[in-house]
Write a protein that binds this ligand. Structure first.
Ligand SMILES: [Mg+2]
Length: 118
């Protein structure tokens, strides 16, 4: 079973995305900060990370840097609000494979995961 790590400082989003992918046959773990995400990656070894950019403390870009240092093969899909799209150039340079925008559209979310999790 493929495993997804959902990282978002909004608990509602973590819960919602977790049930969405669990219903589709994935194992899903969540983290509510960049710091927690790094611990989860070490302990859970997910195949793909859905990573919110805007978080208190370590933000998604900083977390992405650490994640890629830990495992450069892990797939990371950034989740960003419209006004943060300029930060995606930096995220791509750091090795994010794709991004999706908030508010989340379920089809986009599912496509981004299925395309990258193989
Ligand atoms: Mg956020």
């Amino acid at each position: 079973m493929k495993k997804i790590l959902v990282v978002d400082d909004e608990h509602d989003i973590c819960d919602f995305v977790q049930s969405f992918f669990q219903e589709r046959g994935y194992a899903v773990v969540t983290a509510s900060s960049g710091e927690d995400a790094l611990v989860a990656i070490k302990n859970e070894k997910p195949d793909l990370v859905l990573l919110d950019i805007k978080m208190k403390g370590m933000d998604g870009i900083a977390a992405l840097k650490h994640i890629k240092d830990m495992d450069k093969n892990i797939k990371v899909v950034m989740v960003t609000a419209m006004e943060e799209q300029e930060r995606m150039d930096e995220a791509c340079r750091l090795g994010a494979c794709e991004y999706i925008t908030k508010p989340l559209v379920l089809d986009n979310l599912e496509n981004a995961v299925e395309k990258n999790i193989k």
